[in-house]
Design a binder for this molecule. Structure first.
Ligand SMILES: C[S@@+](CC[C@H](N)C(=O)[O-])C[C@H]1O[C@@H](n2cnc3c(N)ncnc32)[C@H](O)[C@@H]1O
Length: 221
């Protein structure tokens, strides 16, 4: 019997839950992801990546964070659920939850992966209880330029660390790559490592040789 589609509720995105954003930034974020979703047929382009390979190498780096098999993981900004697809393909069995801000995105994710758990949620507005997940991941979530990206990134990571037992892994654009897109937030490896250390984590680990535009950071609790 064919499964009936799950109901996807929208949430109201309030400026107070987006530190470092202006109202224009928040409207812009929504407009950007909604337009990408409609503009392309390729799943990776529909969430803003240029190629499937560039999306995939980022996931590959994430799997180096620790022994993921059997763990409980949170994918913040899951888009169409491609990280879940990657983990399945690699036979890395986890208990997965993917969250995104936009119901249109989650609706599409559910079409790709009807058996995975997806939710429309903003963790700064509705956090999970402390230490709910073993590992949390964010791929491509910090790349859009807003008024104060440092404040936003720091607030998000602080909250996600609270909800995570072992480690948080995220990627961000590398300023040393020479990327010249004024609507993108870029950081140097030194800057992002210093910020991560200011969050009081036990250990940080940086990876920067897998893609010329990108840095991945692991924050261990
Ligand atoms: C570049 S896309 C990447 C999607 C997915 N991680 C992937 O690699 O295929 C970033 C996603 O993060 C979502 N997003 C941005 N800010 C978010 C936030 N604060 N909480 C949850 N999702 C967010 C966007 O809606 C978008 O789907």
């Amino acid at each position: 019997m064919k499964k009936s589609p799950k109901v996807v509720r929208s949430i109201s995105l309030r400026l107070k839950d987006f530190p470092g954003f202006s109202q224009k930034n928040l409207n812009g974020l929504k407009k950007y992801y909604q337009s990408q979703l409609k503009a392309h047929p390729e799943p990776e382009k529909r969430v803003g990546w240029k190629t499937a390979e560039s999306q995939r190498v980022r996931f590959e780096e994430f799997t180096r964070v620790g022994p993921l098999k059997g763990s409980k993981i949170l994918d913040v900004g899951c888009g169409l659920g491609a990280f879940w697809g990657y983990l399945q393909e690699k036979e890395i069995t986890v208990t997965y939850t993917g969250i995104d801000l936009f119901p249109e995105v989650i609706q599409e994710a559910q079409k790709f992966y009807p058996d995975a758990k997806f939710e429309v949620r903003h963790i700064l507005a509705r956090p999970y209880p402390a230490r709910t997940f073993d590992y949390s991941f964010l791929s491509g979530v910090f790349n859009v330029k807003v008024k104060d990206n440092w404040l936003y990134t720091k607030t998000m990571l602080r909250q996600i660390l609270l909800q995570t037992k072992k480690a948080v892994a995220f990627n961000i654009l590398n300023a040393d790559s020479g990327l010249k897109e004024s609507n993108r937030f870029v950081v140097t490896p030194q800057e992002i490592t210093a910020m991560a250390r200011s969050l009081g984590v036990k250990k940080t680990h940086l990876l920067d040789h897998y893609h010329h535009l990108d840095i991945t950071l692991f924050l261990y609790r």
